[in-house]
Design a binder for this molecule. Structure first.
Ligand SMILES: [Zn+2]
Length: 254
């Protein structure tokens, strides 16, 4: 009996020792880079114009604290086809529909596909006023959107598309990047930088801050910037006029 106890004791120590010395060298999770397209200065200017359009649509239906619950959050998105024409736009309509899935990107994608009886958005770009969440990122992936350019960083719900592209196969139970990558890029507009810097200084929920006066002022300056935009590239002038007209003529579909 004593021998058996000693055997169990030494066996347990042996197992413990063996387990404690198993080398564990976690490999860094890789961010896949393969799909990142190069953005030319001409495209970057066009990108800014389109982000200014998205801000301007939100401003047209701006919701203050007094409007609660109102239509939804002050977040908007537009859809641009592979020939750089704006073909659709929509806003967050969570509250009017009493449905938390009614994000601006979801509404832009689903209302466009339904209206046009289209299956997907192959090679299209989405411009949003706020970095897409996991739900909208999943929908962009499934509908074959090529790229998204966002007008404000979301420190809480952002980087969803980047997370889908993480390659953790070097880790135990790791997995490859998700198929059909969508490239997510912050807008290079000074408006995006102003929004990010201003929000960094406050201790408030993002959607709550987006109903406030500080955010409203920055959105007003985005509208003015679009109205007075001077294209550095002559080839963007027609797209600018089209963008300004789109804002004027656009009607919200709740
Ligand atoms: Zn979303």
């Amino acid at each position: 009996m004593r021998k058996a106890v000693l055997f169990v004791f030494f066996f347990a120590c042996g197992v413990g020792t063996t387990l404690s010395v198993i080398p564990y060298h976690p490999q860094p999770i890789q961010q896949t880079q393969a799909i990142k397209p190069q953005v030319s200065p001409v495209q970057e200017e066009k990108d800014e114009i389109y982000n200014l359009v998205a801000y301007s649509l939100v401003l047209k239906h701006w919701q203050t604290e007094n409007d609660r619950p109102g239509r939804g959050h002050n977040i908007g998105a537009i859809l641009v086809d592979p020939n750089s024409h704006i073909i659709h736009g929509n806003l967050n309509c969570n509250f009017v529909n009493r449905n938390t899935t009614q994000h601006a990107e979801v509404r832009t994608i689903t209302t466009f596909l339904k209206k046009n009886k289209a299956m997907d958005l192959d090679k299209h770009t989405i411009y949003t006023t706020l970095e897409p969440c996991a739900m909208c990122s999943g929908m962009m992936t499934q509908s074959k959107v090529a790229r998204v350019v966002y007008g404000q960083t979301d420190p809480g719900f952002g980087k969803a598309l980047e997370r889908l592209q993480l390659d953790s196969r070097a880790l135990p139970n790791g997995f490859p990047p998700y198929p059909r990558p969508v490239w997510s890029q912050p807008s290079q507009s000074p408006i995006r930088i102003q929004l990010d810097v201003a929000y960094m200084k406050v201790d408030k929920g993002l959607t709550e801050w987006l109903r406030g006066e500080e955010a409203h002022k920055i959105y007003e300056s985005a509208k003015k910037r679009l109205a007075n935009y001077n294209c550095a590239f002559v080839e963007n002038k027609a797209f600018l006029t089209e963008a300004q007209d789109f804002v004027k003529n656009w009607q919200l579909e709740e």
